[in-house]
Each structure stands twice: as C-alpha cells, then as structure tokens.
Design a protein around this ligand. Structure first.
Ligand SMILES: C[S@@+](CC[C@H](N)C(=O)[O-])C[C@H]1O[C@@H](n2cnc3c(N)ncnc32)[C@H](O)[C@@H]1O
Length: 236
C-alpha cells in the first residue's frame, strides 16, 4: 500500500476515538485555535454569505466552528461541503448536526466545479496530503476570485527555547503514550510528531501558497507555535 493510502487507512482506524483524543491531547486549546481561525478568516473575507468547502474534514469538527463564527459575525453559510477520503471519519461526521454535504475524496481531486466556494478550509489535514502542490492548485481552482483559504496546521519549527523544548517533549513522549492508551491504533500518535518533523516550515508553506497563486493575508502562531494559522486569498 502506498504512503497516502496507509495514512488514510490509519484515520479509518482511529475514527471512533478521534474527537475525544483531540480534546484530551490539546487540553481543549484546539477549540480556541479553531474559533479564532474561522473568525479571522470571515473578517478577512468580508462577505455576508458564503459557500464553504472544508477539505480533510475528518469528523467535521471545523464545520461546526465555521457555523458558530459565522452566526456571531452575521454571515450566512448557504452551503457547506465536508470532504475527506476516510469513510470512517465521514461516518462519524454524519452523526453530527453539521448541515453539510459530505463527499468522500482526497484534497487533490475534489469533485466540485471551478469557483464553487467563497471559503475553503483545511485544519490539521494538509500535513497528511502527500501531493501538497496538487492540493493547493485544487483549492485555487475551487475558490471564487477573492475567495479565502484557511489552513490550520502543526508546522515544523526549530524548538530551541525552553517552551519549545517542553512542546517537543510533550509531542514526542507524552502525546504518543496517551494516544496509545486511548486509541485503537498505536501508530497514529507516533505518526503525529514524526509527520510534523517531516513537514514544511511556515515559510516553506507560504512559498508554496504564493506559487499556487495565493496572496498571503495572515500567518499567525498559536500557543508556543504549536499550531499556525494561514489565511490566503485567491487573487482577482
Ligand atoms: C488530523 S485529521 C483532521 C480532521 C479535521 N480537519 C480536524 O480538524 O479535526 C486529518 C484528516 O486528513 C484526512 N486525509 C488524509 N489524507 C488526505 C488526503 N490526501 N486528502 C484529504 N484529506 C486527507 C484524513 O482522513 C483525516 O480525516
């Protein structure tokens, strides 16, 4: 099985405990990262109604945050699509009141027309996409001119400071141990720190976004640089 398929298979395996583990492992802080991400993107978008595509939606968590942020800021989400290649993650999403159309697909070939979306998001998903450039080109195709892309991700960071070394210890030692206890698939939470170390730095992802045609509107580090938010716009 190729690398991409084995990543997707791993998410199929961990889907039953994914939501619970997310909250436990981040001490609930990921909620703040998600809320702030959606609110910042909506402010940058500036429109009053939107069509949303959430790629690598998994259990659909981010869609719920989009809906809350939109209600708070007076934006209507007319239509929401949640797209993910893992059937089991989508099956969990289907049990939630997301009011979204769920589509089984990788981020590199989403079966929706050009210019379908005003907002496109991918939270903690782009690191799992083997062909990143292809996914960024796909996001560009799917957005309307001036449409906004939100990426939340754990980027590769030089963790030399005291707080950085603490974060590294947590990600490499504590998190896999808790993950092994709760999740059915022990690989999953060893994969997380390894995939972060193998991933791009924030600067490298910005370069890729620019090469795909996006204008960077915001790059923001959260909580000791554990998570980074990227907001980019498709040029008109
Ligand atoms: C860490 S989860 C993130 C889920 C959700 N976005 C969230 O914030 O909780 C990563 C997701 O990426 C999906 N994924 C893996 N490979 C992918 C690909 N090539 N294209 C799109 N999604 C992919 C997995 O199935 C999984 O649901």
């Amino acid at each position: 099985m190729d690398k991409q398929q084995s990543i997707i298979r791993m998410f199929d395996e961990i889907s039953p405990t994914y939501d619970k583990l997310n909250r436990v492992l981040s001490f609930g802080v990921d909620r703040r990262w998600r809320r702030r991400g959606c609110e910042s993107a909506l402010k940058i978008f500036g429109g009053k109604s939107a069509i949303l595509i959430d790629a690598a939606t998994g259990t659909g968590d981010l869609i719920a945050f989009w809906r809350k942020a939109a209600a708070k800021l007076g934006v209507t989400i007319d239509l929401a699509y949640g797209v993910d290649p893992s059937q089991n993650m989508l099956s969990v999403a289907a049990t939630k009141p997301l009011n979204a159309t769920l589509i089984k697909s990788e981020a590199t070939a989403i079966p929706l027309p050009d210019g379908e979306a005003d907002l496109l998001s991918i939270s903690y998903g782009i690191r799992n996409v083997v062909e990143i450039d292809k996914a960024l080109a796909e996001f560009y195709r799917l957005l309307k001119p001036n449409g906004v892309l939100l990426i939340l991700e754990f980027m590769r960071v030089e963790r030399k400071s005291l707080s950085g070394r603490f974060v590294s210890f947590y990600l490499k030692r504590v998190l896999p141990a808790i993950g092994r206890l709760i999740s059915k698939d022990p690989r999953a939470y060893t994969y997380l720190p390894e995939s972060i170390d193998d991933f791009l730095s924030a600067e490298e992802l910005c370069e890729k976004l620019k090469s795909a045609g996006f204008e960077i509107a915001q790059v923001w580090d959260e909580t000791f640089k554990i998570s980074t938010r990227f907001i980019a716009r498709k040029r008109q």
